[in-house]
Structures are given as C-alpha cells and as structure tokens.
Design a binder for this molecule. Structure first.
Ligand code: FMN
Length: 180
C-alpha cells in the first residue's frame, strides 16, 4: 500500500468489534508514535494503555458520560489510550513561548497521527477524542494534578470496512504557491 493509500484508508472509526487487540500489535503502532519528530527532540508524550477490564470499562463510563456522551461510542472500544504531555526540556518551551505556539501539543498531534496510521495499516480503527471528562480520567488513573491529559485514542477493529470518501476542503483552498 502506498503512503497516500494508507492516509486515505485511515478514517475516524466510531463503531468497534469487541475483538481484543494483541499487545504486540499495539506496540507496533506505539513504535510508530515513538519515532515521531518533536521540537528539540523533546518527545513530550506518554501513552497510557487501558486494555484490561474492569479498568477500561470504568474509565470509559466516567470519561464519556453526561456532557461528554457524544463520545459514548468509545465505551465499545476494546482499547483506550490516554495521551499525556510530559514535562520536558526548557528549550522547546521557551522557543514556543516566543513564537506563541505550544510545540508540545504539535509534537503530540504528530505522534498520535503516526500511531493512527500504523494502526490503519494493521486494519485497526482509531478515533482521537479531545472531548472527555479529564477530571474523572485523572482520578481513575491516579495521575498527578500537573500532568496534562491531552487526548484519548479509542482503538479497535472496525465493525464496518474502513475508508470511504473524506470531507475536506479542496487543495486549491488550502495551498498558495507564491510567485515572485
Ligand atoms: C485533536 C482532535 C480531537 C478530536 N476529538 C474528537 C472527539 O472528541 N470526538 C469524535 O468523535 N471525533 C474527534 N476527532 C475526530 C475528528 O472529528 C475527525 O478526525 C475529523 O472529522 C476528520 O475525519 P476523519 O478522521 O474520518 O478523516 C478529533 C480529532 C482530532 C485531530
């Protein structure tokens, strides 16, 4: 499969089979995340893999209830990955502060996409989730207050074939070649 075919194949999946995912397969996808680039090579990510019951079920129930229930589909995912931002070197933070950009979050976004593409290659479906009860997640996983919880990635084998058309702005709208 060409890289672009893989990019097309990866789509957010919101309906999963309950089939468990082998940890060797998860590790393969996490290896792709580990190899992601980051500002000053700070690698400011940590992935907490919740693939065992009852913890995963408790986490899903608490994270995706109430105002977060638009993501209730994630309760069916056999694996939830909580992505946190590690405190790292001062250089990228300082650089980011001057630029007015949080490089750490960019780094984590790249790593998560590496994960998702590797997962798609393994025929796994994923969905990045930015809308969840972060307070509840922190409590359940006993995470320190100062640790930023950035995303949850729901992972599982899709209950329908992945792929299909993507809703995107046309290329002409998102790029400008500068003429001299
Ligand atoms: C940072 C981020 C947060 C997201 N949060 C959610 C979410 O909370 N719930 C959800 O269903 N999808 C979420 N998504 C998935 C997007 O809705 C999805 O990527 C987008 O609609 C494009 O569709 P595609 O992934 O199928 O190509 C999120 C994606 C990103 C990158």
């Amino acid at each position: 499969m060409s890289f672009l075919d893989l990019v097309v194949k990866r789509k957010s999946v919101r309906a999963f089979l309950s089939t468990p995912i082998d940890r060797t397969v998860l590790d393969k996808c996490l290896e792709a995340a580990r190899l992601a680039p980051s500002a000053c090579n700070a690698q400011p990510w940590h992935f907490i893999i919740c693939d065992k019951t009852p913890l995963r079920e408790t986490l899903a129930k608490e994270a995706f209830s109430g105002i977060y229930s638009m993501n209730a589909f994630a309760k069916e995912a056999p694996v939830l990955i909580v992505v946190t931002q590690k405190t790292t070197k001062a250089a990228p933070k300082l650089g980011g502060l001057f630029q007015g950009i949080d490089f750490g979050l960019i780094d984590i976004g790249i790593a998560c996409e590496h994960f998702q593409l590797a997962a798609a290659e393994e025929n796994l479906g994923t969905c990045m989730l930015g809308w969840f009860n972060s307070k509840a997640v922190r409590k359940i996983l006993k995470l320190p207050k100062n640790l930023k919880i950035v995303l949850i990635i729901a992972v599982g084998y899709p209950s329908a074939p992945m792929g299909g058309p993507k809703k995107r702005y046309p290329l002409e709208d998102i790029r400008t070649y500068v003429e001299k």
